[in-house]
Design a protein around this ligand. Structure first.
Ligand code: CA
Ligand code: CA
Ligand code: CA
Length: 327
């Protein structure tokens, strides 16, 4: 009950309350070969529905083209009322809420579909299906909630792996680790100065689109800072690749990997040596000065040639979280 209250209060006030993720945040993600959920190749936990794979593969086991994804879990809204959900991406999407299909666009090409629904604060079963046939691959679920001025990606704090977690009753069952991902600070200027909020954040990528990271933030003048730890899956030379609209800075163990803080939109690459199992502190800053905004950081592992998304299992909010995970 305490956790339930904390969650409700945090999302209701949002600014400047520090969000604390309850145990069991996230969604179950099943990745399939083929565009029709054909052959299951991996199951993992993902913090939210906010992916920008561009031309890369989501995970090493999958090709960059011709895959599909099913995400399931529970959605809990911060207060009762009318919510507008917007699904944007490329290619096909299907969305169910409370076992009712609310969006169905199972075609190739860009998609931008919305649905408006009255929701209670009870947990709502959610299911997303997605496929990528070729070219660009991305999918983000946005919402606007009652009283909000802008829309934003539905944050990880609103997703739960099971109904019990969503109700946040004290549970004696095995805890699902929620330490993966990073810490996010949000600023109401383009120079990471005026801090207006903080929360957990799952990945080194986000599509803000024409919206903002927080509901009342000016979508054309904001910046964010992500901090935490990165663990490398193998030893060797990594090619790091980023894209950002607009500026982006990335440092690993205090060493600057990328630094481009201007109004341009650009993709760039750099090499970095990493050791298997070692924990590296990581900091990413990103900003938008107007219009569309998104960013991602991908990597190509040593002795491979496939660009892939950095999965949340390699990202940790704290050093302790990574140590716990390693056991
Ligand atoms: Ca595509
Ligand atoms: Ca913008
Ligand atoms: Ca922009």
């Amino acid at each position: 009950m305490r956790r339930f209250l904390l969650f409700t209060v945090s999302l209701t006030l949002w600014l400047p309350v520090q969000l604390r993720a309850a145990d069991g945040n996230g969604l179950k993600a099943e990745f399939f070969e083929g565009i029709n959920l054909d052959k299951l190749v991996a199951t993992r936990q993902e913090p939210s529905i906010n992916f920008d794979w561009e031309h890369a593969a989501p995970i090493a086991e999958l090709p960059a083209d011709g895959f599909s994804l099913r995400m399931t879990g529970w959605l809990k809204v911060p207060r009762a009322g009318r919510y507008t959900f917007i699904l944007r991406g490329n290619d096909g999407v299907r969305l169910w809420l409370d076992d009712k299909q609310v969006i169905n666009h199972w075609n190739s090409g860009d998609v931008n579909k919305e649905v408006s629904l009255e929701l209670t604060t009870e947990p709502h079963a959610i299911r997303l299906e997605y496929f990528e046939v070729n070219g660009y691959a991305r999918v983000t679920l946005f919402w606007t909630y009652p009283g909000a001025k802008t829309y934003m990606p539905v944050p990880p704090e609103a997703f739960f792996l099971d109904e019990k977690n969503a109700n946040a009753k004290p549970s004696t069952s095995k805890k699902i680790p929620d330490e993966n991902g990073l810490n996010m600070e949000v600023f109401s200027d383009t120079n990471v100065t005026r801090k207006v909020g903080a929360s957990g954040f799952g990945r080194l990528e986000s599509v803000w689109a024409d919206g903002a990271p927080l509901p009342d933030l000016n979508p054309d003048s904001f910046s964010i800072r992500l901090t935490g730890f990165l663990q490398a899956p193998s030893t060797g030379r990594y090619k790091m690749i980023y894209f950002s609209d607009n500026g982006l800075r990335l440092s690993i163990d205090g060493k600057i990997i990328f630094s481009r803080w201007n109004n341009k939109t650009r993709r760039e690459e750099a090499f970095v040596e990493l050791e298997e199992g070692k924990l590296y502190s990581i900091q990413l800053e990103q900003m938008d000065v107007g219009g569309w905004s998104n960013f991602y950081v991908h990597w190509i592992l040593p002795d491979t040639d496939k660009e892939i998304s950095i999965a949340p299992e390699y990202l940790f909010r704290t050093k302790d979280a990574a140590k716990k995970k390693g056991k």
